[in-house]
Ligand binder design. Structure first.
Ligand code: PMP
Length: 307
């Protein structure tokens, strides 16, 4: 898991500068930035970025949904992010490219602003535990902001204040994370920064995109791996009562990877998670390049940064 440690570098597009974000910056003041969280893994052939193009396509989509003007296409973003990974010198790391407006201008018409790319880098942290005995989650009273209030598929910094409110309240009550329900549907959507999966009688389920969870890249990876393994899996509506009655629950996200849920509102799920364990083994093999059938998910980091 990524510990909330300090990042090791900020690499602004086209410069070697460590970033200095002005406190007056529009994106700082109003949360008007879009970003991605991407992982780079140590593989037998050197460091490689996991599902880079899917992350960058989502970054471009977030910018489009929010109305952020910027000069980057997918190829240029790929070049910048790989260069940042190469310059970090880290084999296992977590990269956050962010499109942000540094201007100390307080307007809300984003067309007036100039957005630029910076890539923040954190060390990757220890791998392979996947949460051990499992985390403690609660179902939050705070619902996910509706897609009718804000584009749900935009990964924008401002929306994470809503996640922070739910997470902070859960943590103060002794939980590790909170499951959030849809504002209008009342159904399970996702955790504060991760997608959620539930297993019942050997069948894997995750909320469908119609209920507006983020279209997580780890979520998509798990669905593919489940198909590879012959584990029946479905996207669909999940009621809170169905989640509470699940045999296994786990969370998925780039930073935290796959995390076993040990209890939900103090109802223990037990230590046995056969579906989770199989998915974890397949996930580890895929991200570290040991599973040759998913090598296309890995983009090698160039040895020398391409300036
Ligand atoms: N939902 C939310 C709200 C998130 O912030 C994240 C993390 N990006 C996810 C789900 C998981 O998405 P991914 O697997 O693409 O990291």
């Amino acid at each position: 898991m990524i510990t909330p440690a300090r990042s090791v570098a900020t690499i602004r597009a086209g410069t070697r500068d460590r970033g200095e974000i002005l406190f007056g910056a529009n994106s700082m003041q109003h949360g008007t930035a879009v970003f991605e969280g991407i992982r780079c893994y140590r593989t037998p052939d050197g460091p490689a970025v996991f599902r880079l193009d899917e992350h960058l396509a989502r970054l471009l989509r977030s910018a489009r949904l929010v109305g952020i003007p910027h000069p980057y296409d997918l190829e240029e973003l790929r070049r910048q992010v790989l260069a940042a990974a190469a310059r970090s010198g880290l084999a296992d790391c977590y990269l956050r490219p962010v499109l942000f407006a540094p201007d100390p201008y307080l307007g809300l018409d984003l067309r007036e602003l100039t957005f630029e790319l910076a890539t923040e880098i954190w060390p990757g942290g220890a791998r392979g535990e996947h949460g051990g005995t499992g985390i403690r989650v609660t179902v939050s009273r705070w619902r996910r902001p509706s897609a009718r209030a804000f584009p749900a598929q935009a990964k924008a910094t401002g929306t994470y204040a809503a996640s922070a409110v739910a997470r902070t309240e859960a943590a103060a009550a002794g939980f590790d994370d909170a499951i959030q329900l849809g504002l209008e549907s009342g159904r399970v959507v996702e955790a504060t920064v991760a997608n959620v999966f539930a297993v019942k009688n050997g069948v894997l389920r995750t909320p469908w995109l119609a209920d507006d969870p983020l279209a997580g890249i780890t979520r998509a990876t798990v669905l593919t791996l489940a198909a590879d393994l012959g584990i029946p899996a479905a996207e669909g509506p999940i009621e809170e009562s169905q989640l509470r009655a699940a045999d296994e629950i786990f969370l998925t996200g780039t930073a935290s990877e796959l995390v076993r849920v040990g209890s939900i509102d103090n109802r223990s799920l037990g230590l046995c998670g056969p579906v989770f364990d199989r998915i974890c083994a397949a996930f580890d093999a895929a991200v570290t390049g040991r599973d040759s059938s998913h090598r296309s998910w890995l983009t090698p980091v160039p040895l020398v940064a391409d300036e």
